[in-house]
Ligand binder design. Structure first.
Ligand code: ATP
Length: 273
């Protein structure tokens, strides 16, 4: 897990256009990270020290990982994804070494985005077992403060309330950005993107499908399309005897799928954000 978490990935190029909705979030990331890379000299000349990073928070499945990858693509930076729960699984001392290694690699490969997923995990667990959690947090803060200029940190959490404020201080993750679940129009936009990767029948009205999916996240929409695809496959198998050839997903398949797939976060769950 450690080796995996420190490898530099060639991002499977996610572009802004692969992300439906979230225009406000894209704008903030454009201004706070991408401009920083594109106009690094100008910032320096003006004596502006740019932000070290951004904390994305919100319910699971709303596109935080996707956003981080798109920022890396759009700013032509390398990308290192780190799952914090995987990172802290290691032996005592090993996680500290892994953190140091990640930031060393990032500095060497800069411009580089370091994506810390499930950041809240670093503040929990070990705290109770004798202050080791604290040690890990201070190591992370130290690395953040000292890593190269071309390194930008994007972190994600579903539990903003669990994040220690020391990490949110100026010069660290000093931008907090809420990544909300999609509204009606944004769900249409996400369906449009998913449609390009699958085969929807032209008769499928995306607005009708959007109506079926209030409270769905992007990840829920993806699950819905997969399920609808299975229904389409089943229907084509019935038509053609034994051979399962994929035919287009019809409106009926979406209706069937919408009965199976429920939103992963309900209104009550959203109150947390
Ligand atoms: P988690 O908090 O569980 O890590 P996340 O917010 O990082 O979730 P992603 O992993 O980025 O969410 O999203 C999961 C999948 O859902 C994506 O791979 C993508 O297919 C789809 N998805 C989510 N949001 C969007 C969106 N706004 N536009 C298009 N696809 C989306």
């Amino acid at each position: 897990a450690l080796r995996q978490s420190t490898s530099v990935q060639k991002v499977d190029s996610v572009h802004w256009s692969d992300i439906g909705g979230l225009e406000g979030v894209k704008r903030v990331l454009e201004e706070s990270v991408i401009w920083l890379y594109k106009h690094a000299d100008a910032y320096a000349r003006m004596g502006i020290s740019p932000s070290k990073g951004v904390l994305l928070y919100g319910p699971p499945g709303t596109g935080k990982t996707l956003l981080a990858k798109a920022v890396a693509t759009e700013s032509e930076a390398n990308f290192i994804a780190v799952s914090i729960p995987d990172l802290i699984k290691g032996e005592v001392g090993e996680s500290e070494k892994a953190i140091a290694k990640i930031f060393r690699t990032a500095t060497r490969c800069s411009p580089c985005i370091v994506f810390l997923d499930e950041l809240e995990a670093i503040f929990g667990t070990r705290e109770s077992s004798g202050g080791l959690g604290k040690q890990l947090v201070s190591q992370l803060l130290l690395e953040m403060d000292n890593c190269g200029k071309g390194v930008v940190i994007l972190a994600a959490t579903n539990h903003p309330e669990a994040i220690d404020t020391s990490i949110l201080r100026s010069g660290r993750l000093d931008r907090l950005v809420y990544v909300p679940p999609p509204n009606f129009e944004e769900r249409v936009a996400i369906l449009q993107i998913l449609k390009e990767k699958t085969q929807f029948s032209d008769a499928v009205d995306l607005r009708t499908v959007s109506n079926l999916t209030s409270n769905f996240t992007g990840a829920d929409m993806k699950a819905l399309v997969r399920k609808a695809g299975l229904y389409a496959l089943k229907a084509s198998r019935v038509r053609s005897g034994t051979k399962a050839t994929m035919s287009n997903i019809e409106a009926q398949d979406f209706f069937s799928a919408a009965i199976d797939i429920q939103p992963s976060v309900n209104q009550l769950g959203l109150l947390r954000y």
